[in-house]
Design a protein around this ligand. Structure first.
Ligand SMILES: [Zn+2]
Length: 310
């Protein structure tokens, strides 16, 4: 297949990039559609010349209203214009499809979940670090109080101090023992909290690992879905290139300008008695003019200004 890796000239809606996953065309900025090349006709030399014998040059179509019949060339110009619009509409549709792929939504959701989980991992790690620090402080305090209790007990046991000092030591022993008991209780609570946090951390880390795996799978799924859409788009881009090269330059310019202004639809069809572009019904007089126009001539919807094809 032809590799269309160039960035098209101004006036082309679709830049075809051949990179993996990026075959999909992307819309360029405002364009001037100033030249024949603007339609992408020169983008792909491998596309057969087709009707170059006389097609475009003789297919001159006028501006606005219902033009006089342009015999064979005119008919072709309208047909190719319709093909061009169909291709552009399909490319617009494919781009929307690509942007709205469910795989993309799933991937975004997983990324959010992973970010939230990793944030929780960090939060739990901080809490754990804090609790371990608190535990170390309490253990030091338990050791200090325990030593003091032992020392007081030993002094009281010797009983060599004065009665008054022994009374004070006894009083201090009671108070220190109470603080020791209290500190030991607090230590146990902190140990329980550390256990709880360690379990929570393990859960969050496991979840994070699972989410990473799911994310990798979702990434591949999105790439595959994008590639599928890109392959379809590449085919449509080919037909667009072929159609564009068979539309007269001034008509192509008009088409591009209208497409930019009219929500991507420059060529509308008559459906029942209404314009498919603006959905307004044509008057009987307008219908009569449109239906009696010679084949291949270009008519315009009076309401929205789109090229109207019966
Ligand atoms: Zn209309």
């Amino acid at each position: 297949m032809p590799v269309a890796s160039r960035v098209p000239h101004r006036g082309t809606h679709w830049a075809v990039v051949a990179g993996a996953g990026e075959l999909f065309a992307e819309r360029l900025g405002p364009r001037s559609a100033s030249a024949r090349s603007g339609g992408g006709a020169t983008e792909d030399e491998s596309v057969p010349e087709g009707h170059s014998g006389g097609g475009p040059a003789t297919a001159q179509a006028g501006e606005g209203g219902t033009d006089g019949g342009e015999a064979p060339g005119g008919a072709r110009a309208v047909d190719h214009l319709v093909e061009l619009q169909d291709a552009d509409s399909e490319l617009d549709r494919l781009r929307n499809q690509r942007n709205g792929l469910p795989e993309r939504t799933a991937l975004a959701r997983l990324r959010n979940q992973l970010a939230a989980t990793d944030a929780e991992v960090v939060r739990v790690q901080e809490q754990l670090s804090e609790s371990r620090g608190r535990h170390a402080e309490l253990e030091a305090e338990v050791a200090r109080l325990g030593a003091r209790v032992a020392s007081l007990r030993s002094a009281l046991k010797q009983g060599s101090a004065s009665a008054r000092d022994l009374g004070a030591m006894d009083h201090e022993l009671v108070g220190t023992q109470q603080r020791l008991d209290h500190t030991e209780d607090a230590t146990l609570e902190v140990i329980e909290e550390i256990d709880r946090l360690e379990q929570l951390l393990a859960q969050k880390q496991e979840l994070s690992g699972e989410l990473r795996q799911q994310l990798a799978t979702a990434d591949l799924a999105l790439a595959a879905a994008e590639a599928e859409v890109a392959a379809k788009a590449a085919l449509v881009v080919r037909s667009r290139v072929q159609a564009a090269r068979l539309v007269p330059p001034d008509l192509l310019t008009r088409y591009e300008g209208m497409r930019a202004k009219l929500g991507g639809v420059a060529v509308a069809r008559l459906v029942d008695r209404s314009c498919s572009g603006c959905h307004l019904e044509l008057s009987p007089a307008e219908l009569a003019v449109l239906r009696s126009a010679p084949p291949g001539s270009l008519s315009t919807c009076e309401s929205c200004g789109r090229i109207l094809v019966p």
